[in-house]
Design a protein around this ligand. Structure first.
Ligand SMILES: NC(=O)c1ccc[n+]([C@@H]2O[C@H](COP(=O)([O-])OP(=O)(O)OC[C@H]3O[C@@H](n4cnc5c(N)ncnc54)[C@H](OP(=O)(O)O)[C@@H]3O)[C@@H](O)[C@H]2O)c1
Length: 223
């Protein structure tokens, strides 16, 4: 059992996070499937308690999946009608939450022989796609909080990858999946949470993973 990999997934109560946790468990990892009650990514004390708990139970962490995320809904996100409280709330989870969790678990990841951080980003973060007239995103909606939070998360990913050359640190785009996240936005999507989870699962388990990349199922997403 000594070489069983230890993984922690935030936002594992449902959706893509739950599917990532299930898949990593099925592949033999010991998975801390953290729900909000275990680890609220917006709360310093909660994150600190979760890190102390993993320290006591396992003494290290091999894989951190920063999955917890919110869309912020549709109100207050359109240019000209922005509600800064909505933007702040989205950043608090999607960006500062990832920073808070990553910083808290970095000492445990440093004790792993093969540390990996996987940040669940979004294709909506791609500046390339949003500015390509041939891409649907260019003509699509223009929410300011969610895609900008994920674009900042992508830069965070790059900076951590540069700072931690012995780690694998990547951002992934799960693709548009029919989870509660999408249903709450009024979207009906066929792609399952398990399908969305696949790219993160691959990065968590593959030999010789890349680092500093933004990936989806079929390869790199243009930044
Ligand atoms: N679904 C898509 O189409 C899609 C596409 C691209 C990217 N993504 C990204 O994929 C990730 C997962 O999305 P999903 O579709 O699985 O969404 P979801 O079904 O709405 O699940 C979101 C998860 O995040 C958790 N969470 C939210 N705020 C939290 C907080 N402060 N602390 C701890 N956990 C928190 C939720 O916990 P509770 O159950 O307690 O609320 C839930 O477990 C997100 O980062 C999202 O941005 C999703």
């Amino acid at each position: 059992m000594a070489d069983t990999k230890i993984a922690l997934v935030t936002g594992a109560s449902r959706g893509i996070g739950q599917a990532i946790a299930a898949a990593l468990t099925a592949q033999g990892m010991t998975v801390v499937a953290a729900t909000r009650a275990d680890l609220d990514v917006t709360d310093d004390a909660s994150v600190g308690r979760a890190a102390a708990d993993v320290t006591n139970r396992y003494g290290r962490l091999d894989v951190l999946v920063n999955n917890a995320g919110i869309s912020g809904g549709q109100a207050g996100q359109s240019p000209g009608a922005v509600d800064l409280a909505v933007v702040r709330a989205v950043y608090e989870t999607n960006l500062f939450g990832v920073l808070r969790v990553t910083e808290a678990f970095l000492p445990l990841l440093r004790r792993s022989p093969d540390p990996r951080i996987i940040n669940i980003s979004s294709g909506t973060a791609s500046l390339h796609w949003n500015t390509d007239p041939a891409h649907a995103f260019a003509a699509g909606g223009t929410p300011v909080a969610y895609p900008t939070s994920k674009a900042a998360l992508n830069m965070l990913t790059v900076q951590y990858a540069k700072a931690l050359p012995d780690f694998s640190v990547n951002a992934v785009a799960p693709g548009a999946c029919g989870t509660d996240f999408a249903k709450d936005l009024g979207l009906s999507l066929d792609r399952t949470a398990a399908e969305g989870a696949a790219i993160a699962v691959r990065l968590a388990t593959m030999d010789n993973p890349p680092t500093g990349a933004f990936l989806q199922d079929d390869g790199p997403v243009p930044w």
